[in-house]
Design a protein around this ligand. Structure first.
Ligand SMILES: NC(=O)c1ccc[n+]([C@@H]2O[C@H](COP(=O)([O-])OP(=O)(O)OC[C@H]3O[C@@H](n4cnc5c(N)ncnc54)[C@H](O)[C@@H]3O)[C@@H](O)[C@H]2O)c1
Length: 268
């Protein structure tokens, strides 16, 4: 049966190939990007390559939470039931570090935007018979500093990226507890996959981007993961099916998660 799948940041990299591969399997795909022309271009590329006409797009700049809320409102009206949400959009290197609300853009795109989007469209996700949310984490995870989260302090790319990815993972585990009927999974798609983000940041890569797309397609569709809500899968560890790995210890610390979510709510 075809599923309705929304993939953020799907005009490039892992998200784009995942959208194409899921389209080839006949699912209804909703892509997202921040550039309207690019979203249209990717929709037509995917339609042609997959022979699937059920591809629709949304535009929003995830460094601006108002833009995320506007997109969520459109989604709420246009997609009554969402089976799978893949929170894939992410940034490592950003020319501008602060958004118009004084928040760190890396923290906004990688953690606050998926948090805001997911919560806004949760009613539509809950309409699915077997909903799944997949959050793109990373092998890079570091304790979240309140000053970085609230935009009071800017740190290096490595440090801020790792903090944003641990924040996403901590929230992912909490969401799994709050919503027992939704399978919520955090995943490291594999380190240094050959994408724009990695090329810009490191100038080298280790693995083909398909490695990341393969695990996302698997996590999205395979029955094997249906009871794996609240887990973190690490694609660097080789065989992933049936294998999950511990995330950073803070992701299992109820007190730290509560503090993170309380600060997060205060920012919105
Ligand atoms: N490539 C890797 O080795 C690797 C490793 C671990 C995790 N990840 C994660 O995988 C996800 C996909 O990354 P990728 O490697 O494909 O990189 P990528 O740069 O090719 O893709 C990132 C996507 O996010 C979108 N995006 C970035 N900033 C945005 C903004 N302000 N508004 C809207 N969309 C925005 C981009 O347009 C792009 O489509 C990210 O969350 C990344 O952190 C990647």
């Amino acid at each position: 049966m075809s599923k309705t799948i929304l993939i953020t940041g799907s005009t490039d990299g892992i998200g784009k190939i995942t959208a194409l591969n899921l389209a080839k399997k006949g699912h209804n795909i909703y892509v997202h990007g921040r550039n309207e022309a690019k979203v249209f271009q990717v929709i037509s590329e995917i339609k042609e390559a997959s022979n699937n006409q059920n591809i629709v797009g949304f535009v929003a700049d995830f460094s601006d939470l108002e833009s995320v809320i506007k997109m969520a409102d459109k989604i709420k009206n246009e997609i009554p039931k969402i089976d799978i949400l893949i929170n894939n959009a992410g940034v490592f290197k950003s020319k501008t570090l602060e958004n118009k609300d004084g928040l760190d853009i890396r923290m906004v795109v990688n953690y606050l935007a998926p948090y805001v989007l997911t919560n806004a469209i949760l009613p539509n996700i809950k309409k699915s018979e077997a909903p799944r949310i997949i959050n793109l984490s990373s092998a890079a995870q570091a304790p979240v500093s309140e000053a970085v989260l609230t935009g009071k302090e800017q740190q290096s790319e490595n440090s801020t990226y790792a903090q944003s990815k641990l924040a996403l993972t901590m929230w992912s585990f909490n969401l799994a507890q709050q919503e027992p009927n939704i399978t919520v999974i955090a995943v490291n798609p594999g380190s240094l996959l050959n994408t724009k983000m990695v090329k810009e940041a490191f100038g080298q890569h280790w693995s083909p981007v398909e490695k990341g797309s393969d695990i996302l397609v698997d996590l999205a569709l395979s029955e094997d993961y249906k009871n794996d809500s609240g887990k973190y899968f690490d694609n660097d560890k080789g065989e992933v099916k049936g294998y999950f790995s511990p995330a950073h210890p803070d992701a299992y610390d109820e007190g730290k998660i509560e503090k993170l979510l309380s600060i997060t709510k205060g920012l919105l």
